[in-house]
Design a protein around this ligand. Structure first.
Ligand SMILES: *Cc1c(COP(=O)(O)O)cnc(C)c1O
Length: 352
């Protein structure tokens, strides 16, 4: 039976006797070796951590389970978040599970179809605004200051606490931290959570060392790389279409303490990596989840100084499932054949 993140890592989490042990099967996701793409990069070992295997199809479930459990513990009856999509799907699922009213504020027209379908199916009240994620987040922050509704965005500290368990799993699986951990950066909570997880495991003697973190933003939404907020962020990778990350300082600290970097990749590079991961290794992440592999290719191409990838063991976090965003997949995928229903036609199309 699935234990879930709270039961599995309770010694490392801020849970009490009063915290409900909820789970819908989050965590314990596969770490999959990718030998062919390791050759493309020229590294010793490359792994993808498949966070799309979480119950709502993204890593957001790891933090959401704890944020919602704590909201229930505190007697809250409703939760709210701003979202580019995956946070809303996850909040809606755990909200449904706990009988809470869930409100999600999303940027209209910039939320992938699968994510919107999930939020609606789980029974959330979806409030779409003609604005950006950053505006949605400002609105929900103001609402939670005035009304008794729990904020479950990643500025809720329980979100990062739950998300750090992914770093624990990587170490548990590999026996130590990898040399590099590559991750997309949007609101910058996840890179901060991984760093917290690696540091805690290191402190408690579960890991001999800590990895260098390589974070990647999209070129049209790269406030941390550019050093200033981006008022109207643009990228095909909607999960990282964020112009003013809430965890900016934490991410910079994680980057610097780990001796890593935060760089940016173009939409074209993201989409090429997206197709390669699926067609070469059978790993179908959503576009944002291809940013780390796209970033690795860029670093190799530019022969970036100070990085020794050749002997390295590298983990890329595939933050969300490719099925979340079928529209982008159909836009970039090769076409398919439409044929008459005859043996001849199908054989001919197969080249026989
Ligand atoms: C939320 C999300 C991200 C970005 O994570 P942050 O913590 O906001 O940096 C990346 N990829 C996917 C699929 C996401 O859902």
């Amino acid at each position: 039976m699935a234990r879930g993140v709270i039961a599995r890592y309770r010694d490392f989490l801020p849970v009490t006797e009063a915290t409900p042990h909820i789970t819908i099967g989050e965590g314990d996701t596969p770490l999959v070796a990718a030998p062919k793409l390791a050759q493309v990069i020229g590294c010793r070992e490359l792994y993808f951590k498949l966070e799309g295997c979480n119950p709502t199809g993204s890593f957001k479930d790891r933090g959401m389970v704890l944020a919602v459990a704590k909201a229930v513990e505190e007697g809250r009856r409703s939760i709210i978040c701003a979202s580019t999509g995956n946070t809303s799907a996850s909040a809606a699922a755990f909200g449904a599970r706990c009988g809470l009213d869930t409100f999600v504020v999303v940027p209209r027209g910039n939320i992938a179809l699968g994510k919107l379908a999930q939020a609606l199916m789980y029974g959330a009240r979806v409030l779409a605004i003609d604005g950006s994620f950053d505006e949605a987040l400002n609105i929900v922050r103001a609402i939670t200051e005035q009304h008794p509704v729990a904020l479950v965005n990643s500025i809720n500290p329980y979100r990062l606490e739950g998300q750090k368990t992914a770093a624990f799993e990587v170490v548990d699986e590999l026996g130590d931290a990898p040399d590099y951990l590559c991750i997309p950066v949007g609101n910058a909570g996840n890179i901060s959570a991984y760093w917290k997880g690696f540091c805690e495991y290191h402190q408690r003697g579960r890991a001999a060392r800590r990895p260098r973190l390589l974070g990647f933003q999209a070129e049209g939404a790269a406030p941390i790389v550019r050093g200033h907020a981006v008022p109207n962020p643009q990228t095909v990778a909607t999960a990282i279409r964020i112009g003013n990350p809430a965890s900016w300082q934490l991410a910079v600290q994680a980057r610097d303490e780990s001796g890593g970097l935060i760089d940016m990749v173009s939409d074209a590079e993201i989409l090429e990596a997206y197709r390669l991961m699926a067609s070469v290794e059978g790993i179908f992440g959503e576009p944002a989840s291809a940013a780390p592999f796209a970033g690795l290719r860029k670093l190799v191409r530019e022969r970036r100084a100070g990085l020794d990838l050749s002997g390295a063991r590298i983990v890329c976090v595939v933050t969300g499932s490719g099925l979340k965003d079928p529209t982008t997949a159909m836009d970039v995928a090769p076409g398919y054949s439409i044929l008459p229903p005859t043996l001849d036609a199908v054989e001919a199309a197969m080249g026989w």
